[in-house]
Design a protein around this ligand. Structure first.
Ligand code: SF4
Ligand code: SF4
Ligand code: SF4
Length: 322
């Protein structure tokens, strides 16, 4: 019984119960996966002083420092404090380490700080969502990707956010070379066709990837100033019925996405199975139980959907069935 209580506490404090008795691992999450290099030496010091001298890079963009004796947790928490503050992590109580074992670290591909395909700053948006939702015990997985290449595998998350751009065409700059049409056809969805030696874009087929922009030699296509997003929902991995997330909104904005995520916390609080193991249930199972329309009612509560945004409804998931 005593062990149960401790286990819960440890997990809530982002320390792992390991296979070795009395030994834990500290989990340092990095929202958006981008951090100042100065924090690496602090993580190194913790690993060498309190752990076994190694660090595991987690699949959710965190650092896991193994080999820490339980009794060293308070000292490790003190060492973690400047990292937590430096990363701008929401923390209910100072010097008590990382909080929350429910909502997972919000991950992101590198985005437009580095990648030429990216439509926005993925880490900044990830941090905005982190500020809005953390800490929280409910089991939410959120990931962001700068473009539909989906390097961050966002379709395997409860919420996946993909950057989109609305290509702007400047006819006077077009030399009718056809490079954009070829690029769109070969690398993307074939939304462009050549009409009278000029590219014509089919908005319904366009996924806002920006390949036409990147491939135009004369800057006749440029990125829209406004950032757009695709929101995919209810992807999941795990033992029971894994499946890919499906499109919910296209050509939407940051505010709408943030509000939908927050609304979904209310929805899950209302409908989560009372006997869910460890108080955690993947949202997709709850949606399956209540029906998609009930989820949608909660998710879109007080959300102003702009006229540009497409809402895809109803949604049917395929996925593996056991
Ligand atoms: S998903 Fe797109 S923006 Fe992100 S790293 Fe991959 S190619 Fe770049
Ligand atoms: S943004 Fe992508 S899908 Fe849309 S027209 Fe350009 S290349 Fe094609
Ligand atoms: S790649 Fe640029 S210049 Fe060539 S057809 Fe397309 S828009 Fe015109």
């Amino acid at each position: 019984m005593m062990m149960d209580i401790n286990t819960k506490k440890i997990k809530k404090n982002a320390f792992r119960v390991t296979k070795e008795r009395g030994i834990t691992a500290s989990r340092v999450r990095v929202p958006g996966g981008h951090l100042d290099a100065q924090f690496l030496s602090m993580i190194q010091e913790i690993a060498q002083t309190y752990g076994n001298g190694t660090v595991h890079l987690t699949s959710r963009q965190g650092f896991e420092i193994p080999g820490i004796p339980f009794e060293k947790i308070p000292e490790v928490n003190a060492k973690l404090q400047p990292i937590i503050e430096g990363l701008g992590i929401n923390q209910p109580e100072k010097n008590k380490g990382y909080s929350a074992a429910g909502t997972r670290n919000i991950t992101a591909c590198i985005g437009n700080r580095v990648c030429p395909f990216a439509c926005y700053d993925t880490s900044s948006f990830a941090k905005r969502i982190e500020k809005a939702v953390f800490p929280h015990d409910l089991h939410f997985k959120i990931a962001l990707t700068g473009c539909p290449n989906d390097c961050a595998k966002v379709r395997m998350h409860d919420f996946g956010i993909m950057g989109m751009t609305l290509p702007q065409f400047e006819p006077d700059r077009c030399i009718s070379c056809g490079a954009c049409v070829r690029a769109c056809k070969k690398k993307s969805t074939g939304a462009l066709t050549g009409v009278n030696y000029r590219p014509q874009r089919d908005h319904q087929r366009c996924i806002g990837c920006g390949e036409c922009i990147i491939n135009c030699p004369n800057m006749a296509w440029t990125r829209s100033k406004k950032k757009y997003y695709r929101l995919t929902i209810m992807g999941r991995t795990g033992k029971k019925n894994p499946r890919l997330g499906e499109d919910f909104l296209k050509w939407t904005d940051e505010e709408t996405i943030t509000k939908i995520i927050l609304n979904t916390y209310d929805y899950v609080t209302e409908y989560i199975a009372k006997d869910a193991p460890g108080g955690k249930e993947h949202i997709g199972y709850i949606v399956d139980r209540t029906g998609f329309e009930e989820f949608k009612k909660w998710a879109l509560k007080d959300v102003n959907i702009s006229s540009e945004t497409e809402v895809l409804t109803p949604i049917y998931w395929k996925g593996v069935k056991y």
